[in-house]
Design a protein. Structure first.
Length: 530
C-alpha cells in the first residue's frame, strides 16, 4: 500500500504546523464541548481530523476515475487516477503493444494529464508481479496496518504538542484561547472576573487566615448567573491565577487558594542559599569511591541519588542536614524524603509536622520547584539542631502528619568547624571551636558560624562577582586541611563548607577537587595539599 502523509514520521516531525484551519477545528471542538480540554485531548482530536481530511481527499480523488493498476486493461478515453503521482488524474489517449520479453504480452497506454499538460506512458495488462498491483481504491481507504491517532500521538507527541501550544499561546489567534490549570478553553466561555471580585476574594482569605477552596470563594463572589456553574469555577480560578496576590496550594487533598503575602518568605521566593549552581563537568573522572560518597549525601540536586524514591510503605527515613537547609529551616526533597510529601502536582502543598519530642505542630510548605520543604526553622532553633545532624521523619498513617525528630543523646560540647566570613577579602576562614550538641551527627559535615548575616553577605558578594566554583573550592580546601593534624580533609567536609556560600551538589565539587593540581587524593575520601 502507498503510504499516507499522516502515516509518515517526516510529516509529523518536520512538516506539521498548526494552521488557521486547524485553529478553527480546535475552536469548534471547545465550543461544542463547553468544557476545557488538555493538550493531549486536543492533539488526539486534531490527529483524527487530519486522518479524516486525508481520507476525504482520497475519496474525492478516487471518484475522478479508475485507480491505475498495471495488471488491468484500459481503453482510450478512460480516465485513470494515479495514487503514486499524488492522485493525479489523466485520460488514456493512446494504446499500443508493449515490447519486453521479460514481461510477455502487455499493453502500453499513453495518458495525458490535463493539469500539467504532460503525457506519459504506462504498462497495462501486465502479467508479471508489480507492487502497484496491490493498490486498489478499497485498500487506499482502509487498511489494518494504518496507525491510529493514539498510536501516531504516542510516537510524535513532543513535536505535535509543541506546534499546538505555540499556536494557542503565541499565535495570531492566541487571544481566543485560555489555559486554566493545564487545560484549554475559549476565552469567550469565561465569566467576567473583575477587580472587585478579586478584592472580595482577597478579603475572605485574609479574614480566614488559611487557604480557601474555589467553591467557598464562589459562594461569596457573585459571577454572571447565566454562565454554567462549572464554567464559573474555571473563570474564577483563571482570574485568581492571573493575579499575583493569589497562590494555588494543595491542602487537605484539594487545590485551595492563599495569599502570597501570608506565606513565609522562603516559600514565596527561593533564597540564594537554596538555589543550586550545577556547572558542567566531566563526570567520568569521579572515582567509584567518590560516587559512593555522593550517593550517601543524596543531595536533592545531585545526579547520584537513591536508585528510586523510597516507597510510600516505608514508615520512616533519616537524612543529614546541610548548611543551606539549616539556614532556612527546610528539609530537602531527595530520594529519601520525596515519598513522605505530596509532590505529584507542580504547585505548593501544605503539610503538618509534629515534633517527635514535644508534640508541637508546625505548618510545612512543600516547594517542588525548589526541591525543599519549609517550615521547620522554629523547630531547629528550639532544639539547636546543628548542620550535619541526623534528622528522622516518620509517617503518622491515621492523620497524614509527619513526625520530625533527631537522634537525641546527652548534651556535650563537641569540636566543630567554625566559618568566619571575610567580606573585605571575599573569602571564608575556618577555625575549630567547641559547640553544644545534643544529637547524633555526621562529624564530616558539621559546620557552624556565629555570623549568619556576614555569611549571607559573602554569598551574595561571591554570586554578584561571579566567582567560579573551582575558585571557591581552591580557597576553602587549605582552610580545612589546616584544621586536621594529618593535613587532610574529607570530601564531605569540602562539600559541606562550600555549600555555606555556594549551593552546589557534590559532583561538581568533587570534580574541582580532582582536577586541581594543588590537591591530591589520598584515598578513603580524603584529600591533602600537593
Amino acid at each position: 500500500m502507498l503510504p499516507r502523509q499522516t502515516q509518515t514520521a517526516a510529516f509529523w516531525r518536520d512538516q506539521f504546523e498548526v494552521t488557521s484551519r486547524d485553529l478553527d477545528f480546535i475552536y469548534t471542538l471547545l465550543l461544542d464541548a463547553l468544557a476545557p480540554k488538555t493538550v493531549d485531548e486536543l492533539a488526539l482530536a486534531l490527529i483524527d481530523e487530519y486522518i479524516r481530511r486525508e481520507t476525504a481527499t482520497i475519496e474525492t480523488e478516487l471518484a475522478k476515475g479508475a485507480v491505475y493498476v498495471p495488471k488491468n486493461h484500459y481503453t482510450v478515453g478512460q480516465t485513470l487516477v494515479f495514487p503514486a503521482l499524488d492522485f493525479a488524474a489523466g485520460e488514456v489517449v493512446g494504446l499500443r503493444p508493449g515490447q519486453n520479453p521479460e514481461h510477455g504480452e502487455f499493453d502500453v497506454i499513453q495518458v495525458a494529464f490535463a493539469d500539467s499538460g504532460a503525457q506519459r506512458e504506462f504498462a497495462a495488462g501486465l502479467a508479471t508481479a508489480h507492487r502497484l498491483n496491490e493498490t486498489t481504491g478499497d485498500n487506499l481507504l482502509s487498511d489494518e496496518s494504518l496507525l491510529s491517532a493514539k498510536e501516531i500521538y504516542s510516537l510524535y507527541a513532543d513535536e505535535i504538542n509543541e506546534s499546538i501550544l505555540y499556536a494557542l499561546e503565541e499565535g495570531d489567534r492566541s487571544d481566543q484561547f485560555v489555559a486554566v490549570d493545564g487545560k484549554w478553553l475559549l476565552a469567550d466561555m469565561l465569566a467576567e472576573v473583575h477587580i472587585g471580585h478579586l478584592h472580595l476574594a482577597e478579603a475572605l482569605i485574609d479574614m480566614r487566615a488559611e487557604p480557601v477552596t474555589t467553591d467557598d470563594l464562589l459562594a461569596e463572589v457573585d459571577l454572571d448567573p447565566n454562565v454554567p456553574p462549572p464554567m464559573q469555577r474555571i473563570s474564577l480560578e483563571h482570574g485568581l491565577a492571573s493575579d499575583s496576590r493569589f497562590d494555588p496550594v494543595q491542602h487537605n487533598n484539594q487545590t485551595m487558594w492563599f495569599l502570597n503575602r501570608m506565606e513565609p518568605a522562603v516559600v514565596v521566593s527561593t533564597p540564594l542559599a537554596l538555589r543550586p549552581e550545577t556547572p558542567r563537568y566531566n563526570r567520568a573522572l569521579l572515582s567509584v569511591e567518590l560516587l559512593q560518597i555522593e550517593w550517601e549525601l543524596d543531595d536533592e540536586w545531585g545526579e547520584s541519588t537513591l536508585s528510586s524514591d523510597l516507597p510510600n510503605i516505608v514508615p520512616n527515613t533519616t537524612l543529614t542536614l546541610a548548611y543551606p537547609h539549616r539556614r532556612y529551616g527546610v528539609l530537602p526533597l531527595n530520594g529519601r524524603t520525596r515519598s513522605f510529601f505530596p509532590t505529584a502536582s507542580n504547585i505548593k502543598s501544605m503539610v503538618t509536622f509534629v515534633d517527635g519530642r514535644w508534640g508541637k505542630r508546625y505548618t510545612g510548605w512543600v516547594v517542588p520547584q525548589g526541591r525543599y520543604v519549609a517550615g521547620l526553622a522554629e523547630w531547629m532553633e528550639e532544639h539547636a539542631v546543628p548542620v550535619g545532624a541526623y534528622v528522622t521523619l516518620e509517617r503518622a498513617p491515621d492523620t497524614g502528619e509527619i513526625l520530625v525528630d533527631y537522634r537525641a543523646r546527652r548534651p556535650k560540647r563537641e569540636w566543630a568547624r567554625i566559618a568566619n566570613p571575610d567580606l573585605e577579602a571575599g573569602r571564608l576562614a575556618f577555625e575549630m571551636n567547641k559547640v553544644q550538641v545534643a544529637c547524633e551527627y555526621d562529624d564530616t559535615l558539621i559546620v557552624a558560624t556565629e555570623d549568619v548575616e556576614g555569611v549571607d553577605q559573602l554569598r551574595e558578594q561571591l554570586n554578584r562577582d561571579d566567582v567560579p566554583l573551582h575558585a571557591i573550592v581552591e580557597q576553602i580546601v587549605p582552610e580545612l586541611t589546616k584544621l586536621n593534624p594529618q593535613g587532610t580533609v574529607h570530601a564531605k567536609s569540602v562539600y559541606s563548607a562550600v555549600n555555606i556560600v555556594r549551593r552546589c551538589p557534590p559532583g561538581p565539587i568533587f570534580h574541582a577537587l580532582l582536577t586541581n593540581r594543588a590537591f591530591r587524593d589520598v584515598g578513603d575520601g580524603l584529600f591533602a595539599l600537593a
